[in-house]
Ligand binder design. Structure first.
Ligand SMILES: CCCCCCCCCCCCC[C@H](O)CC(=O)SCCNC(=O)CCNC(=O)[C@H](O)C(C)(C)COP(=O)(O)OP(=O)(O)OC[C@H]1O[C@@H](n2cnc3c(N)ncnc32)[C@H](O)[C@@H]1OP(=O)(O)O
Ligand SMILES: NC(=O)c1ccc[n+]([C@@H]2O[C@H](COP(=O)([O-])OP(=O)(O)OC[C@H]3O[C@@H](n4cnc5c(N)ncnc54)[C@H](O)[C@@H]3O)[C@@H](O)[C@H]2O)c1
Length: 421
């Protein structure tokens, strides 16, 4: 096994592992970094190639084919599967800390799960790994409700130029007030700097009802509108028509399949999920969702942007509920059913989970906080999708409260009343 004159590919002179490109954002230079021993060297050219990897290893038998589900692995379209000829394979390197060990690249076909390494008989191919060029500075947010306003606020707080879009000026006015109030809570802890912080942050946000203006200069658009597949799909068609070819489009959906929301786009590789948590300014987590076609470059840019937003990112594939909601929804459902059966009062359920499980809010308070309309959209959608799953059966109390317009904190009443006395 050997690597023949690879152009641009570099190996660690400490431990012989492959060096990966990493951008030094401060000095704006490309570095090659060893993930094994943290060695850093400055790149001589802004592109790497992997060329002619020759191997006759039988370790290939030990590869778990489930690696095709790993969102962190890169996919190449430059090599065809020797078994089914498809050109979608994930690839990765075997790790060794021995200086004398050579590097191996392993491939697993995403279509038929065939596993292989490059062999002498295969044609030499170039896998060009492009430099991260998707820098996000201009962020547009569509939907200025609970989530959209929070995402816009944090984006502006972290120095991005933000366009916030909604259907009408009344919604935008409410969002503006909400952002100012939330910034006020943050600014209170900043002493004399507080007023300037609010002014600077607000000056970075433009409010608009125009989809064209929203799409025009955006590097990234985050959608946070009503949880309805058809409405979201229509919005993304309009956004794609007005956005640049490099613009990343992302959805903040809680429960819909991300890939389905982007299914009608012309370029589905620039589309993925960015699932924030409510209240966005306080919640540290961002789930970054790799949809079926999200390119590695776009996925990486979404992760990088999450960090630029001061969030801790976790990666997930496009699976129902991602990580948090897959666990949260059954919990909320059980809580409401417990109350409906008359086994405990809503107050006691909330107290129990706060004091017994250390949650900052009990489940019914949390449902009010999320919005009972959003809860109903999620539940109805999952019931339709999984009609045989009793967990997702309609909840009488939730339907009744929605019919009465009591949709939680944002309307002043839900399971509890939030009206000022
Ligand atoms: C039961 C019905 C059945 C339902 C069917 C199933 C439906 C499924 C529903 C799934 C929903 C999924 C939704 C979504 O996809 C995922 C989510 O977002 S889930 C929600 C996640 N969020 C939480 O879990 C929130 C938990 N709560 C908290 O963390 C805290 O309570 C709080 C919100 C941070 C508030 O803290 P408190 O201590 O309670 O209250 P305070 O008012 O004192 O605030 C403390 C501190 O925080 C500052 N602060 C609070 N909010 C903001 C804000 N918006 N902006 C800025 N600052 C804020 C505040 O100023 C205080 O600061 P301090 O004074 O302490 O310095
Ligand atoms: N509420 C939560 O806790 C939470 C958390 C994470 C994700 N989400 C998801 O975020 C999205 C928004 O939820 P929310 O709670 O902010 O809802 P919300 O009802 O508070 O806000 C939605 C906003 O979108 C606007 N809107 C609707 N259609 C629009 C369109 N075509 N163009 C522009 N604006 C439009 C509405 O006028 C409204 O202001 C949903 O997909 C939801 O599942 C919600």
């Amino acid at each position: 096994m050997g690597v023949l004159d690879a152009v641009g590919i570099q190996f660690c002179n400490e431990c012989n592992n492959m060096l990966y490109p990493r951008e030094d954002k401060v000095n704006r230079v490309l570095l090659y970094q060893c993930r094994n021993c943290e060695l850093n060297v400055e790149a001589e050219r802004p592109c790497i190639y992997v060329n002619k990897l020759i191997s006759t290893l039988n370790e290939v038998k030990q590869i778990n084919t489930d690696v095709v589900m790993d969102p962190t692995l890169p996919t190449t379209s430059h090599i065809n599967c020797p078994q089914c000829n498809a050109n979608q394979a994930v690839f990765f390197q075997s790790y060794s800390t021995r200086k004398d060990a050579k590097m191996n690249l392993f491939y697993v076909c995403k279509i038929c799960r065939y596993k292989w390494t490059c062999s002498k008989s295969m044609n030499s191919r170039l896998i060009a790994v492009s430099l991260r060029s998707l820098k996000v500075q201009n962020v547009s947010v569509v939907g200025s409700g609970l989530m959209g306003a929070g995402i816009a606020q944090v984006a502006a707080q972290t120095g991005h130029n933000v366009v916030l879009n909604d259907l009408n000026d009344a919604a935008l006015g409410k969002a503006q007030k909400g952002i100012e109030k939330s910034l006020g809570r943050v600014a209170k802890k900043m002493g004399d700097e507080g007023a300037k912080f609010i002014e600077d942050t607000m000056s970075r946000i433009t409010f608009t009802t125009s989809v064209e203006e929203t799409a025009a200069n955006a590097d990234l658009v985050v959608e946070a509108i009503v949880e309805n597949l058809a409405v979201k799909q229509k919005l993304f068609a309009d956004l794609e028509a007005g956005a640049s070819a490099k613009c990343i489009l992302a959805t903040n959906t809680s429960s819909l399949p991300v890939s389905a929301i982007g299914a009608n786009l012309k370029d589905t590789t620039r589309f993925g999920g960015l699932h924030f948590f409510n209240p966005v300014p306080m919640m540290k987590l961002l789930e970054v969702i790799k949809a079926n076609d999200t390119s590695d470059e776009v996925f990486q840019a979404m992760l990088d942007w999450g960090k630029a937003m001061n969030k801790t990112t976790v990666k997930c594939i496009d699976t129902p509920g991602f990580i948090v909601n897959r666990l949260l929804v059954p919990y909320l459902m059980e809580a409401i059913r417990l109350v409906e059966r008359g086994h405990a009062t809503k107050e006691d359920v909330d107290i129990a989970m706060k004091l017994g499980a250390g949650h900052p809010m009990g489940p019914l308070q949390l449902a009010d906080y999320v919005g009972l309309d959003t809860c109903k959209f999620i539940l109805d959608g999952w019931h339709q999708e999984y009609p045989d799953e009793p967990l997702f059966n309609p909840v009488e109390t939730l339907n009744k409260l929605n019919e009465e317009g009591k949709i939680g904190m944002k309307s002043g009443e839900g399971f509890y009343s939030y009206k000022k006395k």
